[in-house]
Design a protein around this ligand. Structure first.
Ligand code: ASP
Length: 439
């Protein structure tokens, strides 16, 4: 068995956390490939090393003095080294970093040093080989991740390597210029490594015991999700469930490698399994609920709209021209609504409305703002009758006015639009009917 284990920033924020990680790795000899993040927050008001690096480079770029800022970063690493009683000196690495900052090596390079240095410490602590992802994780000249080439290069680089530490978050272009993924991108690196070494499992260690059925800021101590499919997870992450980077599932999903989300501070918890397919039923009819506020709906009415071929296309083209993506498009016979992110729409509102008027000459256009979308997701819904009925009766009892309904043809989710003000009440009502009453 071969496992790739990725540890997030809070799991590596201090020497004590490093020791927990060391124990976890030593407890299972299959944990052969380790992907570390940069040191994260040690306490609530603390600053992540990645953010310290961004701020420090900002000064360097403006030709300001950054001596004390870089010294603070060096101190954080030194505290970890001292706490772990390692015989390791990073001063030469820091000299090189300072030099490159002065040469304006770029924001991506600057941010990537957080993972790079933590990787050196981790490799030293574990006695594993250090593999710099700049050698094998490849971005093209436009800065876009090249999945295919990376898989070839990385598989080759790790061939015959028994155990290694590969820092997360970055790779490089063919000329060696460092490029990072978006924030939280070490999750993606873990997934890429898992695919390249054909791992049996990708364990993603963080500071929570996996995904929860609903947002704990809305529901008090929500139940955990034991198993979720990639498809379900896509729906929930899109709607705001944030434990894993959205893009992290693609490499392993294709390779059929399951992800296990685990808690560094509670390793005995099973966490959440993310799998391709399963015949295991989720505990409840629904797997999870997630949602987002801040949508607007543009409602267009025109007699005989149903007979006008190309009506929908012409409307959507207006949104496309202004670079606005639409979220949903529920329609009636003579009506059509387009739901968009309010913040994107606001600035271009009048231009879009006049564009629609010109394109399709509607009888009326009405706009609704401050809407929230809630996704109720579950592979179990397909086989269960009355799920939608239960959702809507729960919402009616909670006095929530439903503004929009959309059920995908996969029957994997039902999307409900409500007023922003009803968001919490609606989520509580749906959670109660499925989880608390266990229907
Ligand atoms: N250190 C990076 C960040 O803070 C990447 C990561 O932790 O995954 O976003």
């Amino acid at each position: 068995m071969k496992k790739v284990v990725k540890f997030g920033g809070s799991s590596l924020a201090s020497a004590e956390q490093f020791m927990k990680v060391g124990n976890i790795i030593h407890a299972d000899e299959d944990r052969k490939f380790v992907v570390p993040s940069a040191p994260g927050k040690r306490f609530d008001k603390d600053t992540k090393v990645t953010d310290m690096l961004y701020a420090c480079y900002d000064l360097a770029e403006k030709n300001h003095d950054f001596t004390s800022e870089i010294a603070k970063i060096e101190k954080r690493y030194q505290e970890i080294i001292d706490g772990l009683k390692l015989d390791l000196d990073l001063s030469q690495e820091f000299d090189k970093i300072i030099d490159n900052f002065k040469k304006k090596a770029g924001t991506n390079y600057a941010a990537s040093r957080g993972e790079y240095l933590n990787g050196i410490i981790m490799a030293n602590y574990l006695g594993y080989e250090f593999v710099d992802p700049a050698e094998a994780i490849r971005f093209n000249e436009a800065g876009v991740f090249d999945a295919e080439l990376t898989n070839i290069l990385l598989a080759k680089r790790l061939e015959g390597v028994e155990r290694a530490v590969i820092p997360g978050f970055y790779g490089a272009m063919a000329d060696g210029k460092v490029v990072t993924f978006s924030r939280g991108g070490s999750d993606i690196t873990g997934s890429i490594v898992a695919k390249a070494v054909k791992a049996d499992v990708y364990e993603n260690w963080t500071d929570v015991s996996g995904f929860l059925v609903a947002d704990p800021r809305i529901i008090d101590k929500p139940q955990g999700i034991e198993m979720i499919t990639y498809a379900e997870l896509r729906e929930l992450s899109y709607m705001g469930a944030t434990v894993l980077h959205e893009d992290a599932i693609f490499p392993v999903r294709k390779a059929g490698i399951p992800i296990n989300i685990k808690n560094t501070n509670a390793p005995q918890d099973e966490g959440t399994w993310i799998v391709g397919n399963t015949i295991q039923k989720s505990k409840y009819v629904i797997t999870g609920i997630a949602g987002k506020k801040g949508f607007a709906s543009i409602n267009i009415e025109k007699d005989m709209m149903n007979a006008e071929i190309g009506f929908g296309r012409k409307v959507l083209q207006v949104f496309e021209e202004y670079g606005i993506s639409f979220e949903h498009m529920p329609s009636g016979i003579d009506t059509l609504s387009v739901m968009v992110h309010q913040s994107e729409f606001e600035d271009k509102e009048q231009k879009i409305l006049s564009g629609i008027n010109k394109a399709v000459s509607p009888d009326s256009i009405e706009i609704q703002s401050d809407l929230a979308l809630i996704a109720v997701v579950g592979r179990g819904m397909k086989a269960t009758r009355g799920t939608a009925g239960r959702i809507f009766s729960a919402l009616a009892h909670a006095n929530v006015n439903v503004r929009m309904i959309d059920q995908g043809s996969s029957e994997l989710n039902i999307i409900i639009g409500v007023d922003n003000d009803d968001f919490d009440t609606a989520i509580k009502a749906i959670y109660a009917i499925f989880v608390e009453t266990r229907l």
